[in-house]
Design a binder for this molecule. Structure first.
Ligand code: NAG
Ligand code: NAG
Ligand code: NAG
Ligand code: NAG
Ligand code: NAG
Ligand code: NAG
Length: 351
């Protein structure tokens, strides 16, 4: 435990300097302990299966079915099983909120921290920049539109927005889909982030004040890379993406005196985990079990010549295992708790 804490402090050392300095403004104070809802946007790293969702893609609806009624949204249940996420088990939003974590069906209103998830497996920022993966894919742009038109009006009737945390984790598909483009990537990523923060701003305009942005994981270390056609995503491109995210987050924070904008450095945390993987029980960080989606893979991995799934960092060529999500969430929870509690955080942010 002591070691984990030291490591956490070590891992979080660099990102702290990039945070905006709250003492210049009267920032809204975020507190994870009193947070009672998480409103999520993103892609397959973040979506959870709903009984009214598109199979393998969403909690609710798809591009042809963006509209839902209040009673549909409120009766939708989270499905937790091997195919309820793209990770073979719970993902980070479920570990963080503990909502929909147990196998079977979960009613959101029974969760201590309600998870309202508008993410869509395979989403990019906007069709303006990259094509849809499927004709039913809901881009981040459309997720936010769906939320503003149908989600927020329902949630507004019972959610305390000051205790809601809005999160967006996007770019995993964008950076891969655009790798073949003949563009200047730093400029291109900056345009995507500008659009991303227009979406954030439209959510802010509805009264939400707490935002958590997740940066890109070390996709340059994923197993599929050796097989994927050139050009592929490298560490430099990921760093360009992540610095565009950080600078737009800082600018957004500077221009909105009453918000808390947090950027969680997934990249740094997961590179650290990959470098010392055995400390978390990972035995394989470079490959994945090709039988990852077999129904008995959790109980009989040996049948397929695989290790237990929790010993793999990667679930398949593009996704982290549920165990990696669990490890990541441990770091994230400490980060969020630290943000809320330290009265001296503004001083630390200046270093
Ligand atoms: C959903 O994903 C599972 C696991 O990968 C797959 O077996 C199934 O065919 C998928 N269903 C659809 C409708 O795509
Ligand atoms: C989506 O694509 C499928 C398969 O290509 C096709 O059958 C379907 O009609 C398309 N739906 C829409 C709304 O374009
Ligand atoms: C890429 O774009 C540049 C500038 O627009 C152009 O000069 C160059 O020919 C393009 N390269 C390819 C391979 O299309
Ligand atoms: C990564 O790719 C970008 C874009 O093609 C290129 O400019 C950069 O030099 C590459 N970096 C490395 C370390 O290969
Ligand atoms: C990782 O796991 C894959 C699939 O089980 C296997 O093919 C590969 O050899 C393993 N790599 C190492 C370094 O053990
Ligand atoms: C803030 O810093 C002061 C002086 O170093 C210390 O006494 C106090 O306990 C700190 N408060 C918190 C909440 O860390």
């Amino acid at each position: 435990m002591r070691f984990l804490l030291c490591l956490l402090i070590h891992l979080l050392h660099i990102p702290t300097k990039a945070f905006p300095s709250p003492q210049l403004r009267n920032h809204h104070s975020f507190n994870w302990d009193t947070t009672d809802s998480l409103i999520a946007f993103g892609d397959s790293y973040t979506y959870v299966q709903g009984t009214l969702g598109h199979v393998n893609s969403t909690f609710i609806g798809d591009l042809q079915n963006l509209v839902f009624t209040s009673s549909q949204l409120l009766s939708d249940l989270i499905v937790q099983n091997q195919i309820g996420t793209a990770e073979g088990g719970p993902n980070w939003v479920q570990y963080l909120t503990q909502c929909g974590l147990k196998p079977g069906l979960t009613k959101l209103k029974e969760c201590k921290v309600q998870l309202w998830d508008f993410a869509f497996g395979g989403a990019d920022v906007s069709e303006e920049f990259t094509p849809l993966h499927h004709n039913y894919t809901v881009s981040l742009e459309k997720q936010v539109e769906q939320f503003l038109d149908y989600g927020d009006p329902v949630l507004s009737t019972f959610l305390d927005k000051s205790k809601a945390l809005v999160t967006s984790w996007i770019g995993i598909n964008d950076i891969g889909d655009s790798a073949k483009y003949n563009v200047s990537f730093p400029g291109f990523y900056d345009k995507l982030q500008a659009r991303h923060f227009e979406f954030i701003d439209s959510i802010y305009a509805r009264g939400y004040k707490n935002f958590l942005l997740m940066n890109l994981p070390p996709l340059n270390r994923r197993p599929g890379l050796v097989f994927s056609p050139n050009p592929s995503v490298n560490a430099t491109m990921i760093q360009w993406w992540n610095s565009a995210l950080q600078s737009h987050a800082t600018a957004f924070s500077n221009s909105h005196s009453d918000v808390e904008v947090m950027v969680f450095d997934v990249n740094k945390v997961l590179n650290g985990v990959l470098d010392e993987a055995e400390k978390w029980g990972f035995k394989n960080t470079t490959g994945y079990c090709t039988a990852y989606n077999q129904p008995d893979i959790l109980t009989d991995p040996g049948k397929y010549g695989c290790l237990p799934q929790k010993e793999y960092f990667w679930f398949n060529t593009g996704h982290l295992t549920w165990r990696t999500h669990e490890v990541l969430t441990g770091f994230l929870r400490e980060f969020l708790e630290g943000r809320g509690k330290s009265e001296n955080s503004s001083v630390q942010d200046m270093e």
